[in-house]
Design a protein around this ligand. Structure first.
Ligand SMILES: *[C@@H]1O[C@H](CO)[C@@H](O)[C@H](O)[C@H]1NC(C)=O
Ligand SMILES: *[C@@H]1O[C@H](CO)[C@@H](O)[C@H](O)[C@H]1NC(C)=O
Ligand SMILES: *[C@@H]1O[C@H](CO)[C@@H](O)[C@H](O)[C@H]1NC(C)=O
Ligand SMILES: *[C@@H]1O[C@H](CO)[C@@H](O)[C@H](O)[C@H]1NC(C)=O
Ligand SMILES: *[C@@H]1O[C@H](CO)[C@@H](O)[C@H](O)[C@H]1NC(C)=O
Ligand SMILES: *[C@@H]1O[C@H](CO)[C@@H](O)[C@H](O)[C@H]1NC(C)=O
Ligand SMILES: *[C@@H]1O[C@H](CO)[C@@H](O)[C@H](O)[C@H]1NC(C)=O
Ligand SMILES: *[C@@H]1O[C@H](CO)[C@@H](O)[C@H](O)[C@H]1NC(C)=O
Ligand SMILES: *[C@@H]1O[C@H](CO)[C@@H](O)[C@H](O)[C@H]1NC(C)=O
Ligand SMILES: *[C@@H]1O[C@H](CO)[C@@H](O)[C@H](O)[C@H]1NC(C)=O
Length: 593
């Protein structure tokens, strides 16, 4: 489907896509397709390219879904809504499950507690080249960077959430999106948190707006509302428009600030009449730590590898803060939050060195963004003493801009970890930039110390997600720590939590896949932990489970499963897993009327 939009922009392209002669670059683009030319730094020229050129130059051919295999949006059969029998733990009593324990009258989710399920654009949408979408860095990472993705898979089709046209008809029916939303509604889930693909709205990252993408997201949002599902929108979930990475280095350049704010303005203006819950950026600890991105595919930079994450972080703070203030001015009644991430940090021993390691770990992770945003407009002291050697200090004006720019402490809080001092001690590490733990100088482990038996903190997730262990016992302490440390005005929300059931990928029988005991116990115990935290006075205001469906789990491809629904990627059929019922059950039991 050819894009209907007037997508042209004057770009200065350097590196892999450029050639001596602009005319030949474009006319010969079929033979270029993103491969290297001999001496890319020698070439810099103004080219006029359209969206198709971007795909041809940087990504190459992409796959598209076979629409004839799609199932029509029929209602979810009631036979699919029967919960599974109890697992080995005590289930929340409800439905046909045997009530093993009585309801704990000390517990309850407040009436206005928002709960739901989450996804992100590149992981579920597919239809990557449809209706004028420009490529993002993830299209290049999945298509071009050797061995970047474990199973060499791409998001070309993914869960095909994006759309299927009913051919020849003018009206737009997002069949599969509607199926996703209908299946959320059928279990009584009241909220769906999804992200918008920036390069759908702005195929070049900035410049012309793609009205087809606006129409698509309008339809997504309207469909949510039609099904009584509250739409919650994340503006940036890692899928940076490729042009912004190629032209100025993406988040490494201050140019990103104006482009992000311009994108946010369009999203607020076009969707803000129906969307009240917004998240600006998702998990910058992760996406900033991805810098340096693989060389040879994107623009090179003179910023050293060690400094790049923190340059990214500085621009994230400025972009987020402006987008927050703009959003509050355009949509005064909305909730706009920054989406942070990380696990609870436990000292491995009672030594003062391990206590210091824990503090440094908070400072270099959550505190990197949360301390400026919730407390001071500036970095925590230990981080500041590092970044002040190469980053310009925030001006008083910038500090005022940044401070107080998140309504809720939105935290993606999957797990917990032990922290301890490096072998050489913290002081020696801070003085030695060659230490592998520099600059945070906090070592980590998922295992108790040998003197405590050396056991893991909890069951491991799939080997493809070595960062994840079930450690739900620590969740009440974690939520209290966030509240006490950063004092978020609108409370704390767990905006992602979930579990990759070990080896689910190697199961081939659907009935086996649907029974996911560790994920089920994770949700059961996690929700119980949230209830305990609430009963102890922590203002937890919402939670969003990751994820609605199995999806493209970034560099682990489709080999690691986080879905509460299994997706047969051949047919695009969805099936509820047992864990989805465990999740829903907690609210049936404990949500205040
Ligand atoms: C550009 O390259 C084409 C094909 O190699 C060639 O025919 C043309 O003369 C070149 N144009 C200029 C301005 O060098
Ligand atoms: C480059 O991409 C175009 C468009 O996707 C395709 O038609 C062409 O065969 C590709 N060329 C090579 C050399 O891979
Ligand atoms: C992915 O592709 C690379 C390069 O073509 C190849 O070496 C590797 O074996 C592939 N991996 C898988 C899991 O197919
Ligand atoms: C970046 O630098 C590397 C190493 O000098 C070089 O091989 C590569 O071609 C450069 N990439 C771009 C996009 O300029
Ligand atoms: C740490 O201190 C607490 C209380 O003082 C004690 O119960 C615990 O056993 C100590 N842990 C270690 C690893 O020494
Ligand atoms: C940051 O904002 C909070 C309230 O939003 C305020 O209490 C605090 O004093 C501010 N900090 C600075 C350094 O201005
Ligand atoms: C981090 O801890 C591991 C496990 O105890 C140890 O092997 C490693 O040397 C430590 N790393 C540093 C840099 O201290
Ligand atoms: C700095 O750390 C590196 C890597 O651990 C080590 O080889 C080196 O000896 C350390 N230098 C000093 C002065 O301790
Ligand atoms: C997925 O669908 C295909 C095609 O109908 C079928 O052959 C396969 O068994 C299904 N997979 C599972 C796990 O049900
Ligand atoms: C009920 O909840 C309270 C408060 O969290 C807790 O102290 C108590 O142990 C719970 N009772 C049961 C039976 O789980």
């Amino acid at each position: 489907m050819a894009p209907l939009l007037p997508t042209c922009a004057i770009l200065t392209l350097v590196g892999a896509a450029a050639a001596q002669n602009a005319t030949s670059t474009l006319s010969a683009s079929a033979t270029v397709n993103g491969s290297l030319v001999a001496n890319p730094s020698a070439f810099a020229t103004a080219l006029q390219v359209d969206v198709d050129d971007l795909w041809n130059l940087f990504v190459g051919p992409v796959s598209s879904a076979d629409i004839t295999t799609t199932v029509a949006p029929t209602p979810v059969p009631s036979s699919e809504l029967i919960p599974p029998p109890p697992l080995y733990y005590s289930p929340f009593p409800s439905g046909q499950q045997v009530p093993v324990i009585a309801k704990n009258e000390s517990w309850g989710f407040p009436k206005d507690f928002w709960w739901g399920v989450a996804s992100a654009a590149y992981q579920v949408e597919g239809a990557v080249q449809a209706e004028g979408r420009g490529p993002s860095i993830w299209d290049v990472l999945t298509h071009r960077v050797t061995d970047f993705v474990a199973d060499n898979s791409t998001g070309d089709i993914a869960d095909n959430q994006y759309y299927l046209y009913k051919q020849g008809q003018q009206w737009r029916l997002s069949w599969l999106a509607a199926i996703n939303i209908a299946r959320i509604a059928a279990l009584g889930v009241p909220a769906y948190s999804f992200s918008i693909s920036w390069s759908r709205i702005f195929p070049f990252g900035s410049g012309p707006v793609n009205e087809e993408a606006i129409a698509h997201y309008n339809d997504m949002i309207d469909t949510c509302i039609q099904y009584n599902v509250t739409p919650m929108v994340t503006l940036y979930h890692w899928d940076l428009p490729l042009v912004l990475q190629n032209t100025y280095g993406g988040w490494l350049s201050e140019n990103i600030v104006n482009d992000f704010v311009a994108y946010a303005r369009v999203a607020y203006a076009r969707f803000g009449d129906r969307v009240n819950h917004w998240f600006t950026v998702n998990e910058p600890i992760v996406f900033c730590d991805m810098y340096p991105l693989p060389a040879n595919y994107f623009k090179n930079t003179s910023i050293t590898a060690l400094h790049q994450p923190f340059v990214c972080g500085q621009n994230v703070l400025l972009a987020h803060a402006q987008a927050y203030r703009l959003g509050k001015s355009m949509m005064p009644g909305s909730t706009i939050s920054f989406k942070n991430n990380g696990g609870y940090k436990i000292p491995l021993t009672n030594s003062s060195a391990d206590a210091e390691a824990v503090q440094r770990a908070w400072d270099f992770n959550e505190g990197w963004f949360a301390t400026p945003i919730f407390l001071t407009g500036d970095y925590p002291a230990s981080l500041k003493s590092f970044v002040s050697t190469f980053l310009p200090a925030f001006t008083e004006e910038q500090k005022t801009l940044i401070n107080g720019t998140s309504d809720v402490f939105a935290h993606d809080a999957y797990t917990s970890q032990f922290y301890f001092a490096p072998d050489d001690g913290i002081a020696a590490c801070i003085a030695n930039s060659s230490n592998p733990l520099y600059p945070s100088c906090a070592n980590t482990s998922y295992a108790y110390s040998a003197s405590d038996g050396g056991w893991l903190i909890g069951p491991a997730a799939d080997p493809g997600s070595p960062w994840l262990h079930k450690a739900t016992d620590w969740v009440p302490a974690f939520l209290r720590y966030i509240q006490d440390t950063w004092k978020p005005p609108g409370g704390v929300a767990v905006t992602e939590f979930g579990f990759a059931e070990p080896f689910e990928y190697s199961k081939k029988i659907r009935a086996d896949i649907l029974f996911d005991p560790i994920r089920s116990s994770y949700y059961h115990d996690y929700l119980q932990a949230i209830l305990i935290a609430i009963s102890e006075g922590v203002n937890v205001v919402g939670c969003l489970a990751w994820s609605l469906v199995d999806n493209l789990e970034w560099s682990t491809g489709y080999t690691v499963k986080f879905g509460m629904q299994y997706v047969n990627l051949t047919t695009q059929e969805r099936y509820y897993k047992a864990s989805f019922f465990t999740y829903v059950n907690a609210f049936q039991q404990y949500l205040a009327e």
